[in-house]
Design a protein around this ligand. Sequence first.
Ligand SMILES: [Zn+2]
Length: 338
Amino acid sequence: MHEAKDTSDKPKFTRFISMAAFGNEEKAKALYAFSLPSIDTAVEIPPGTTPSPFASHDRSSKKRAHDGSYSRFQQDERDHRPRKHGRHRSPPPGPDKCFFCLSNPNLSAHMCCSIGDESYLATAKGPLPASDTFAKEGLNFPGHFIIIPLSHAPTVISMGDPTDAESTAVRTYKEMTRFRESLQAMLAKRSEYKLGAVTWEISRGRGIHAHWQLLAAPADIIRKGLVEAAFKVEAENLSYPEFQTTDLTLEKQVEFGDYFRVWVWADDGDSKIKGTSLVMPLDPDSRFDLQLGRRVMGKLLGLESRLVWQNCVQEEEEEKEDVEAFRLAFKEWDFTLT
Ligand SMILES: [Zn+2]
């Protein structure tokens, strides 16, 4: 399906279907029946849409430059705010071009650590901490992960009915939570409770492929409330909506709409677990800094030189070594192995 060129503000779509010649010897499909969508539904960009093949070269080069910002394992989902002056936005990438979809042939498969039934776990490309940042806490890998649903959908809630325990949405949410809790437990145990974890997600209806980022962080700064404070201060500086301390269940998300969430977790080894969830409601049309989580945590951890993930990309060999080291550490907690 292609986005066709048009001069109005509203995107229009053309569906191209290749058919064989009528009466061909191979008996390939030569007839196709379809119903036309209504005007209203045509305004939403349908899934699987590709750019117009008739767009100018100038536009395609701009598109390539734009695509460069949407990279695997980082929250660089493209901003789909409607543009002014009648210019068209490109459609979001489909699964073949999505850097979180396992079906993408260009996927960095060597960064996948564990694949479950509904989601998978990967190490972050250009991780915020280096492989030795948490060496004295017992980590020989960066401790920055992405938990990714297998379904290509902008939010978990868009995957199905949150009240149906068998729906893809519920099953995906449960398994992503299981990955998060397994990672938290591994980090605490391995570091002798010196490390906790901070997980964040941007959930927006116009996103591309939902995912959570999980980062190891010193347990003492979590226990002292410094992580929550840092997120709140940054939100205030940027005049973002205020954070709410709430446990946003999947069912509640239906009414909540778009949001940015941070889970802060630390265990002191004495069964005193600190677990907080901060949620910032987001207006669907507002701008939001997709690197907020990384920036707040980078400043807090004194990793200012590593705020831009593109500057931290490792050689493939190093990425493989980190995955190997992590897999060994995670073996005991990896529920997909049993
Ligand atoms: Zn995808």
